[in-house]
Design a protein around this ligand. Structure first.
Ligand SMILES: C[S@@+](CC[C@H](N)C(=O)[O-])C[C@H]1O[C@@H](n2cnc3c(N)ncnc32)[C@H](O)[C@@H]1O
Length: 536
């Protein structure tokens, strides 16, 4: 094989080695969103592959990480996302204005109008309020609640009386809250067996009333920073829902799951905590924009539409396209954002979502077709010689192969491949627990170059053997499973752009590749060396 493994390995970067100003990571505290890309890496890509005043496009913009880096470096940005919550968040992430006094004024309005009404619902006497109550039947603790004083201090574990545990809750007729039904079944979990079929069932009566009171005041009062308060509100929702337990963060494994010992958390206190995050994020954003705007911020336009047809973007008008599309079935954006969108009264046209979701009968081939449309659109809007970076998690090799072949067949060339270990993930050492954790950033150039002939083929075994030999020098001391797997993905991609077909690639999954490494080590190395491999 003619792949230069040395060169590929040099582009494998441990993200923990990256130097960046950590205080600016606070921008992400504006709101939870899934698979946010590290801003400091995105920033480097934007600067490397586009120039000041040029147009950067992200067709799957999510929370707006790429958009922010683009405008901060003086590029204009166009973003698309089908999820209305994502575009709401992205708009707010790209708005770098922040006036602390004005936010304080708004908070004073809420304090006056609603904080007492809500806090009274959690009052247990003696200047003490419920911080949270454990409600699930599995509770075997000697306490069923934690209370604190009015300043959220002197927390004490206690046993609540029935009247405080189950207070009588009355809703006034004109108070609104979302009563929409959940779809019959979510792909990632269902909860109807826990008595939850509507969004409102996700909350206890006390918390639902508190949320409705709070939402009503945010909507009715003429807040100068309404969006920021709405963001603090939506970011409160999951924490005060039945998805939370003492030791469970809501949706922590990207899955709806109501723990048996769920808790009922104080809505007002959680809201203040989330508001504090929003404010920290906004301060960081404002500070960053001051440092960056020597050339002025770029303009931006964000569309809440499917990017599989970007009517608003003209042929050949984009200088740089950088994006991370949804990868397969791992993160169900529309399901996970359902509660937020319902409270904000926004509809999500899920039929157009790029996703694998068996419950909605969206399988691999439909997803593949969607990626095909996306790549056709990317080709259409990109300028000649413009660059296109795909950021993708490396878990599913088949998705990578599909995407790479589609891009190659559209006549683009491979520019470079980088792999970044994700934050805080030390390299995994055991065969059995292995799951790849790096992010790949693969850049293509829209050269309209001639398409390589495809009459060459390579067997996965050959690739695996070269990698084991390369990393296995020094009796395997350099061998590292993550590196080996990442190298495998990178070599496969390089080969595809050299015009090769990868034989039997439809059966190539993580287990198969790991199996190949194991087989090769087993048959090519002596016992002492094998032991070295096993220990790594
Ligand atoms: C991997 S996420 C992007 C995350 C983003 N890079 C960030 O830093 O927040 C993929 C996004 O694609 C969106 N999406 C799914 N189908 C879409 C479609 N047809 N058109 C536009 N966006 C879509 C999802 O809502 C999701 O926000």
């Amino acid at each position: 094989m003619s792949v230069n493994l040395e060169k590929i390995v040099n582009n494998f970067i441990d993200i923990n080695d990256f130097e960046y100003d950590r205080k600016f990571s606070r921008v992400a505290r504006l709101h939870k969103y899934w698979s946010r890309k590290p801003w400091f890496i995105i920033g480097e890509y934007v600067k490397k592959y586009s120039n000041n005043g040029e147009t950067v496009l992200d067709p799957f913009c999510g929370s707006g990480t790429i958009g922010l880096e683009a405008i901060l470096s003086g590029r204009h940005f166009v973003g698309y996302d089908l999820n209305p919550f994502a575009t709401f968040l992205a708009e707010n992430s790209l708005n770098t204005d922040y006036d602390e006094n004005s936010a304080n004024n708004d908070l004073n309005i809420l304090q006056e109008e609603v904080s007492k009404k809500i806090m009274d619902l959690y009052y247990v006497g003696d200047d003490k309020y419920i911080l949270y109550t454990i409600l699930g039947h599995k509770n075997s603790q000697k306490y069923n609640a934690v209370i604190a004083d009015g300043l959220f201090k002197n927390k004490t574990k206690t046993v609540l009386e029935e009247k405080n545990l189950n207070p009588k809750i009355r809703f006034s007729k004109d108070l609104e809250y979302p009563d929409k039904k959940f779809p019959k079944k979510f792909y990632k979990d269902r909860f109807s067996y826990k008595g939850v079929s509507r969004v409102s069932d996700m909350f206890t009566k006390r918390n639902l009333l508190s949320l409705a009171l709070l939402y009503d005041v945010i909507q009715r009062s003429k807040l100068a920073n309404k969006d920021l308060f709405l963001l603090a509100f939506t970011n409160t929702l999951l924490h005060v829902s039945k998805l939370k337990a003492e030791n469970v963060r809501p949706l922590s494994v990207n899955n709806f799951w109501i723990p048996d010992d769920f808790i009922e958390e104080n809505v007002w206190w959680r809201f203040l905590d989330r508001l504090n995050n929003v404010r920290l994020a906004k301060e960081a954003l404002a500070e960053r924009s001051k440092i960056n705007d020597s050339n002025g911020l770029g303009r931006h336009k964000i569309y809440n539409k499917s990017s599989l047809k970007m009517k608003e973007v003209k042929n050949g008008s984009v200088d740089y396209l950088i994006t991370d599309p949804p990868y397969g079935d791992t993160i169900q954006y529309s399901e996970l954002s359902y509660i937020w969108n319902c409270w904000l009264g926004k509809d999500f046209r899920i039929e157009e979502e790029v996703i694998i979701n068996p419950v909605r009968e969206k399988g691999f081939s439909e997803y593949q077709n969607q990626l095909k449309s996306f790549i056709a659109e990317a080709k259409r809007v990109l300028k000649k010689d413009g660059y296109f970076t795909l950021a993708f998690q490396n878990k599913d090799l088949n998705i990578w192969i599909t995407v790479a072949e589609l891009i190659r067949d559209r006549g683009m060339t491979l520019e470079d491949i980088f792999s970044y270990s994700t934050l805080g993930s030390p390299y995994n050492k055991s065969w059995s627990k292995f799951s790849p954790k790096s992010d790949f950033y693969v850049t293509f150039k829209n050269t309209r170059g001639k398409i390589n002939s495809k009459n060459k083929g390579v067997h996965p075994e050959e690739i695996a053997r070269d990698i084991v030999d390369y990393l296995g020098d020094n009796n395997g001391a350099l061998f590292n499973l993550n590196k080996a797997y990442d190298l495998f993905v990178a070599v496969v991609l390089s080969k595809i752009f050299e015009g090769y077909t990868i034989y039997a690639c439809e059966k190539l999954n993580v287990e198969k590749v790991i199996g190949l490494f194991q087989q090769i080590i087993e048959s090519n190395y002596g016992n002492i060396q094998k032991r070295l491999f096993q220990n790594i």
